[in-house]
Design a protein around this ligand. Structure first.
Ligand code: HEM
Length: 154
């Protein structure tokens, strides 16, 4: 199960890089009024696949992980009153699922029958919003009780 935590944590960096590239590409697409390129479509797709893989591993950790729901919270702990369990069982999953839905909708613009500039523009806003939500929901080191390493094992 530890390997899944490491994988989940590493995927965060891959996703953040792909999302940043998608944002820059969308911005340059709509500001330069470009036609949607096959390369940009591919990057959007890889961003979405990485997000969905992170989601899948996150779901496994949420239910079967070392602090997962199947293990249960320690006796006497009220999940919503405990900042650790509230974060890992509620805030982190809910915010990340919203972000992944935004990425999915952003990537979906590529398939719509709308002008390419509009595709770029809409995708840009969906990706940017997703990035902000993800940045807010990552357990960065230094966050009291919930903080985790930037690179697991270090
Ligand atoms: C964009 C998506 C996501 C990112 C970037 C992300 C990132 C992270 C990071 C950096 C950690 C800390 C790992 C460590 O201990 O080193 C973590 C832990 C965790 N994440 Fe996510 N996460 C995402 C989505 C999700 C989702 C959708 C769920 C659940 C449905 C989830 C459930 C968890 C759980 C349960 C832990 C704690 C694992 C443990 O310590 O056993 N994550 N996540």
């Amino acid at each position: 199960m530890n390997i899944l935590v490491v994988l989940h944590s590493w995927l965060r960096w891959i996703l953040l890089i792909l999302l940043l590239v998608s944002i820059v590409k969308s911005l340059s697409g709509f500001s330069g009024k470009k036609a949607l390129s096959a390369g940009d479509k591919k990057i959007w797709l890889f961003t979405m696949i990485t997000a969905h893989t992170t989601l899948l591993i996150g779901l496994i950790l949420l239910f079967f992980g070392r602090s997962g729901i199947v293990h249960g919270a320690p006796a006497g702990v009220s999940v919503m009153k405990d900042s650790f369990y509230r974060f890992y069982w509620v805030e982190h999953p809910v915010m990340m699922i919203i972000a992944i839905a935004l990425i999915t909708v952003g990537r979906g613009q590529a398939k719509k029958s709308i002008p390419d500039v509009t595709k770029y523009k809409k995708a840009f806003w969906f990706f940017l919003l997703a990035l902000l939500v993800i940045l807010a929901a990552i357990p960065w080191p230094g966050r009291a009780e919930i903080g985790r390493a930037l690179v697991p094992g270090m």
